[in-house]
Design a protein around this ligand. Structure first.
Ligand code: SAJ
Length: 408
């Protein structure tokens, strides 16, 4: 397994838990050391016990460099670079790392979320590095090394359960590659392994996250329209959702995380003229934090203490009930307020320390934040905030970006 992050480590561990001998490869020495000592470097329910057991019984071992194996799985980041263009450099580096140890009969599977064509590109990089071996582009079903695409589709916080139970889409560059990958994943996957070609499998992953992005954008756009027309968006959505074929998602401060706010751009980059709705949804969701900041500015203005008013920030995570602050719109809003020179009272029950960019601001309990601040902005609907509804309703200035006060 190349890449021991949020997907690679749980996947490697599940294979190991089923008796497969797995070498996990990561370029970060701290990650390799942590795993080899039976511990984990990420937060994911159920994972630490599984890793501990797999390392202890010798099925899982971490290393800085790849070793010969029957199958190589690649789960490395695919961020975007300038102009929202996909950055495949981590996949290229992974190809460079495994090429020297590839052998006849091997299977290589790409799991990273990737633009359409990335699996073919991976095979080209491998072929260029190993002219002594044949690959699907020239040798098809008879190739020495078979290559397939198989995206993960698990929800952070439920990774272990979803890795086992979700269906998998498998797209080989050949039928043989699909069959080999399908047999491999069935070692631990209890969902169905559905076979297609690599380009469709790549597009399928991007489509799933774009579907969600477009639908969240619809909810976010409604929240702007309702604000302008003086309608309560939460009541509106609850009423509209009583229609048997309407299911509007929840407006929020924007779309965070490392998937939904990124993947649609891969479609836009591949087909800019056709992907108009997908592009617009990205712009709508990316604009939402600014809109929340405008609401906060208005609430501050209304307190009559423009300069000195302090703001309680309820929630920093990118979604409810997790500790993950990466690409979080709540973080973006807190940082912007902090840069404006505002005194913040930050309440984020899932962390023990504020990140460096907010280091000079206070991390306090939600109750203290509400009590001390002139304006409260609710950015994440953490369950822990539910108990504070009455207290929040008594506060004079609350900007509720997630409808917490309308939910219970
Ligand atoms: N959000 C809203 N309103 C909603 C739902 C979500 O504003 O009604 C926001 C969340 O607060 C968050 C962002 O969207 O900021 C994304 O959260 P999420 O729970 O929708 O998704 P992720 O990023 O945690 O995981 C997604 C999942 N994809 C889909 O549901 C289609 C997951 O299955 C994927 O495996 C994952 O992306 C990934 O790795 O690609």
């Amino acid at each position: 397994m190349i890449g021991l992050g949020y997907i690679g480590l749980p996947t490697a561990t599940l294979f190991a838990s089923r008796g497969v001998r797995v070498t996990g490869v990561d370029v970060v020495p701290h990650v390799v050391e942590t795993i080899n000592s039976g511990r984990i470097h990420i937060v994911e329910p159920e994972l630490d016990g599984l890793v501990h057991a797999a390392v202890n019984d010798g099925h899982l071992r971490a290393s800085l460099t790849p070793e010969p194996a029957q199958a190589f799985l690649i789960a490395v980041p695919t961020p975007f670079k300038e102009g929202h263009r996909p950055d495949l450099s981590y996949i290229e580096a992974a190809a460079g790392a495994i090429a020297p140890v590839l052998a006849q009969g091997n299977l290589v599977v790409l799991e990273s979320t990737s633009p359409v064509g990335a699996t073919e590109q991976l095979a080209r990089w491998l072929a260029a590095a190993r002219p002594d071996l044949s690959f699907p582009a020239t040798a098809g079903e008879q190739a020495d090394v078979q290559v397939a695409y198989c995206p993960e589709r698990v929800l952070p916080g439920q990774v272990v359960r979803e890795l086992v139970s979700n269906d998998r889409v498998i797209g080989g560059l050949t039928k043989r590659a699909s069959d080999m990958a399908s047999a491999l994943y069935q070692v631990f996957v209890q969902g169905q392994c559905v076979v297609t070609n690599a380009r469709t499998a790549e597009m399928c992953k991007l489509t799933e996250n774009s579907f969600r992005d477009v639908n969240i954008a619809f909810a976010n756009e409604l929240s702007l329209i309702c604000d302008r027309l003086d309608i309560d968006v939460w009541e509106l959505i609850a009423l509209a959702n009583r229609h048997p074929r309407v299911n509007i998602l929840t407006p929020g401060p924007g779309v965070g995380g490392h998937c939904i706010a990124v993947d649609p751009w891969f479609i836009v980059d591949s087909a800019p003229e056709q992907a108009r709705l997908i592009h617009t949804a990205r712009l709508v969701n990316d604009h939402k934090p600014e809109w929340v900041l405008e609401r906060v500015a208005r609430a501050v203005e209304a307190t009559g203490q423009r300069e000195s008013a302090s703001v309680a920030v309820l929630g920093l995570a990118f979604k409810p009930d997790i500790d993950d602050l990466r690409e979080s719109p709540a973080m973006q809003i807190a940082q912007a307020l902090s840069r404006q020179g505002r005194t913040l009272w930050i309440a984020e029950p899932h962390i023990e320390q504020v990140p460096p960019s907010l280091a000079h601001q206070a991390l306090v309990s939600p109750a203290e934040a509400i009590e001390r601040a002139d304006v409260v902005v609710i950015l994440v609907a953490h369950q822990a905030f539910g108990a504070l509804r009455e207290r929040l309703r008594r506060h004079a200035a609350v900007v509720d970006a997630v409808g917490l006060l309308r939910r219970g």
